[in-house]
Design a protein around this ligand. Structure first.
Ligand SMILES: [Zn+2]
Length: 307
């Protein structure tokens, strides 16, 4: 069995400006790094199709989708929040990134591949049901969860988010939904400063102080997540994989290294192995130091392809 690797050239056409950290070069850096490793031959490369409107409405109201449609400019850029810009290629890229997540669910649940990594952008975990923010428009991982729950009729899906920023958008979508267990580690206090204190039973927030060592991060995450995930017995494991907790990342102050991303991946593949028949889908969120991002993704893929 194999690991699917989803990517599409049009995801690199979305460009929020030369100084913006969420840049097309992130995908280029990952893909060129992988091309020089043995990973390239182990991966099943897939070009995704765009997500459909009906699939988008499993998470986002039609009014919000329409608002984005009419905001997208035919030239130049329009900001939807101080950090997030739309330009003529934005929604095409967003539909491909979201479509890749849905397609990955279909492929993994039909046993065409063992697991999958979606190497696409824009990212998704800050996008709330009716609000784009934090470089995100459609919530990719929530759309994957809804595909698994509503179309494939799974009963228990775990979402694990190890991006350095809390996935406020995903919390907004899944809080209170007992079919989903969300485990989320993030630097705190830090952006996005919302949804951190929500007390929904299905959300496990694991705040991490700036400057925390990698070994302390591992201890906190393992203590907070592992038994909870094992008790939940997910039929599918979804991962919001952000690599901005890396020591070299310019946007945050945690101290993770590539080996920590391999450790995280092995913990999650072991949960998927024990309960979900190895079924796991991971999607790219943040990560803004290009070399650290590429190395972190490669370590993550090393763990996924070892299953
Ligand atoms: Zn982030």
């Amino acid at each position: 069995m194999t690991t699917a690797f989803f990517s599409h050239d049009d995801c690199q056409k979305h460009n929020m400006g030369p100084e913006h950290p969420e840049s097309p070069t992130r995908l280029a850096a990952i893909i060129s790094y992988i091309a020089d490793t043995e990973l390239e031959e182990k991966l099943d490369w897939v070009r995704p199709d765009e997500i459909t409107r009906d699939q988008l409405t499993t998470v986002h109201p039609e009014g919000y989708l329409h608002q984005l449609d009419i905001m997208q400019p035919t030239r130049g850029r329009v900001f939807t929040d101080p950090d997030t810009a739309m330009m003529p290629h934005t929604l095409r890229a967003a539909r491909l990134a979201a479509g890749a997540n849905v397609q990955a669910v279909d492929m993994v649940l039909s046993s065409q591949v063992t697991n999958a990594f979606v190497c696409a952008r824009p990212p998704g975990h800050h996008a709330e049901r009716s609000k784009s923010m934090g470089f995100c428009f459609y919530n990719n991982i929530a759309l994957a969860a809804m595909r698994a729950l509503k179309f494939h009729h799974l009963e228990r899906v775990a979402i694990v988010d190890f991006d350095v920023h809390q996935g406020n958008g995903t919390v907004d979508v899944v809080q209170g939904d007992g079919r989903v267990l969300m485990c989320s580690s993030f630097q705190h206090p830090f952006y996005p400063h919302s949804h951190v204190h929500r007390q929904a039973e299905n959300i496990i927030n694991t705040p991490i102080a700036a400057g925390t060592s990698a070994s302390d991060y591992r201890k906190k995450v393992e203590a907070a997540w592992l038994h909870a995930l094992q008790d939940f017995r997910p039929q599918l494991v979804l991962v919001s994989a952000g690599f901005d907790g890396h020591r070299r990342d310019p946007l945050a102050e945690l101290n993770l290294e590539s080996e920590d991303y391999l450790w995280l991946t092995e913990m999650l593949t072991s949960v998927a192995h024990d309960h979900a028949g190895d079924r796991l889908i991971s999607t790219l969120e943040g990560g803004y130091h290009l070399q650290a991002l590429a190395e972190g993704v490669a370590a993550h893929l090393e763990g996924l392809t070892a299953v």
